[in-house]
Design a protein around this ligand. Sequence first.
Ligand code: ATP
Ligand code: MG
Length: 426
Amino acid sequence: MAEISAPKGVRDILPGESWKWAHVFRVMQETARHFGYSEVHLPLFEHTELFSRGIGDTTDVVEKEMYTFLDKGDRSITLRPEATASMVRAYLEHRMGTLPQPVKMWCAGPMFRYERPQKGRYRQFWQVDFESLGAASPYADVEIIAISLELFRRLGLGRLEVVINSVGCPECRPEYRKRLTEYFASRRDQLCETCLARLERNPLRILDCKQESCRAVTEAAPDVYDSLCGECRDHFDTVKDGLDALGASYRLDKRLVRGLDYYTKTAYEILSGELGSQNAVCGGGRYDNLAEAIGGHHVPGVGFAAGVDRILMVMEQQECSFGPVPSVDVFAVALDDASRRNVLQLVNMLRRNSIVAEMDLGGKSMKAQMKAASSRGARFACILGENERAGGTVTVKDLATAEQRELPLSSLVAELHNKLTSTREG
Ligand code: ATP
Ligand code: MG
């Protein structure tokens, strides 16, 4: 029978890498706590309608990228391609509007998009998602951007670029839309097939097109700032001023859009030059009309999602630290069969005292056990034989220096902790 491999576009995160992921999630958890965000766990699938209404019918995600199927009860179900819509659904469903506002939540988990797999682009990928719901103030936008920056600072990521824009609101967008439509309509011949369709349905999305020819046309497209209403302009000014106050540098980019009616005001991305064409590590913004779009009451909100796979790629390239490399402190070795039972007890005792301890589980000879100890990269071998059993001692061999000492069992844990901290610090 042919061997079964994983489907295209998904990956296994194996032991050589998973400890690095654990570090990233620990940093995220800590950062979230310091900013007052509570972790939530949301379902991996939702009713398809949540995404078609909540992300928008004219987006690539909804048009082309969703994993949608009928379940056995004939309901249309979709594997979540992102988490914001689910966050807002949960907020509405659990009546969080009655809680003190804003409600600040975050989650981490896999997302699913049917895309062309390539470097930094997968069909199952991980995001962390932070959302601040119920706050209309521009300071909420600043806080959201600040968390993403602090997250990357703590992870040690450098050379990142923050790009921001304002996409206006339902008050001022129709005017901007009109100006864009006029501009692009007179340059139809330079637009790609997809953008020609966008011209009718949602001209803002042309600004987001990745085709060279379309990008060239968008260079001189009307400036969104000229169309912003007073409120959007004030909001944007306060966001920029907040970022200035925090010493955060950013670039303005009028082409950065979330081209849907319920995305409002602030839009931003964080880019890394080290990722090639998949250069965004994080994207976010304000979506004051999303809750209504999915059938709820008015809930202003702002948030971001960061791609964990891409964060790890950049960290690898920039040789960031992932914290201590997992290692074995002690490999316990039985000199004879009669000592195996004692080795089992010893290992158990060490583990209960927070020492990483291993032993042979396969009845290996003493020589083979010593070999296993070094191939596991253990720092010490703790050897037990007849003499040690009789005297209540353990022979501790430092596998780096081959130095060997017999210690009373009663002082073993303290001795090991001592040596391990001094080597870790050294
Ligand atoms: P892109 O322009 O790269 O397709 P996007 O605008 O679709 O990104 P968002 O929906 O804003 O991305 O998602 C937030 C973050 O999730 C992105 O900045 C990126 O880091 C990550 N991401 C998005 N799609 C993928 C994917 N298919 N594989 C890996 N990471 C992804
Ligand atoms: Mg995409």
